[in-house]
Ligand binder design. Structure first.
Ligand code: ADP
Ligand code: MG
Length: 288
């Protein structure tokens, strides 16, 4: 049994003129226990629509979702999930510590456990100093980090995170990546959305690329990166001329070099061009 399983998920919204917007079209996806799955797509691709459907926050037009074997229609399915919404906002008259107490109590945690876990997650997200100040005085990055803290406080088994690195500075981003790696070490399942390929490359086991509501590709990060060298860049000069560059495939390489040398060009460098996550993402999105 998968930790998260989505079958035939579709969502059609109506815009202000009551025109149909097909935000998701027949999405099938399974995330294994203990897996870190990156849900990568440009703005408007349907990431938040998928995540809100998992969280029971909107009603899909079609399809089924199961979390640890429980249908997402049943609020029980949310008990083992830590959720970070895309634009977290909180009762801002509360302090972070008060807010975590509120969240912990909605999960039925004992007061002593809430106290201990709050200390732990506030420290983890570097919010200890600010923990007893009202949230209204927090910076955007602090609010985002509190969003993660409240997803962690009941130590759930699955994490559904909508753009967890958004609005964070480089230190905050590194911190969130460390937290995701640490959760994985502890056997947790993580599903997070992003539009930044480097975030996926750094922490994910598998990546699904979504564009215009369609899941275009699902593969392991290792596979995507190992498909490896996609061509060679030859830099050369012809007599007296400026430096030029030519891109060729492996098959064309020898003949092209020979031709260049025969025409008295001077070869400066020959460099393999590797496929990276960014170019993979662009190639999938552009053909969608
Ligand atoms: N409440 C809504 N009413 C109408 N259209 C919506 C609504 N929410 C999202 N959409 C549209 O659905 C598509 C997918 O949006 P969303 O899931 O938020 O994408 P992402 O999170 O990948 O940026 C977009 O075209 C967006 O404009
Ligand atoms: Mg979104």
């Amino acid at each position: 049994m998968s930790a998260l399983s989505i079958t035939g998920l579709s969502k059609t919204y109506r815009d202000k003129k009551l025109q149909k917007v097909n935000a998701l079209v027949g999405l099938d996806l399974a995330v294994a226990h203990g897996e870190v799955f990156g849900f990568l797509g440009p703005n408007g691709a349907g990431k938040s629509t998928t995540i809100k459907s998992i969280m029971g926050l909107l009603k899909p037009t079609a399809g089924t979702i199961q979390v640890f074997g429980v249908t997402a229609k049943d609020p029980e399915s949310r008990r083992r999930i830590g959720y970070l919404p895309e634009n977290p906002s909180f009762f801002d008259f509360m302090t972070a510590r008060e807010y975590l107490k509120f969240v912990g109590s909605t999960y039925g945690m004992e007061l002593s456990a809430i106290r201990n876990e709050s200390v732990r997650v506030l420290e983890l997200l570097d919010l200890t100093q600010a923990a007893d100040r009202p949230i209204r005085g927090y910076s955007k990055g602090m609010v985002q980090r509190l969003g993660l803290a409240q997803a962690l406080v009941h130590d759930p088994d699955m994490y559904i995170l909508d753009e967890p690195m958004s609005g964070l500075d480089p230190i905050g981003r590194a911190l969130v990546k460390d937290i995701i790696r640490d959760l994985k070490q502890r056997g947790k399942t993580i599903f997070f959305s992003t539009h930044i390929t480097a975030d996926v490359e750094a922490v994910c086991d598998r990546v699904g690329v979504i564009a215009k509501g369609v899941l275009e590709s699902v593969d392991t990060v290792d596979n995507i990166l190992e498909k490896g060298v996609v061509g060679y860049a030859i830099r050369f000069c012809r007599a007296e001329g400026a430096e030029e560059e030519q891109l060729v495939s492996r098959e064309e390489l020898d003949a092209t070099l020979r031709q260049l040398l025969e025409s008295s060009a001077v070869i400066k460098t020959v460099e393999p061009k590797r496929k990276d996550m960014e170019s993979f993402f662009l190639s999938v999105v552009l053909r969608s």
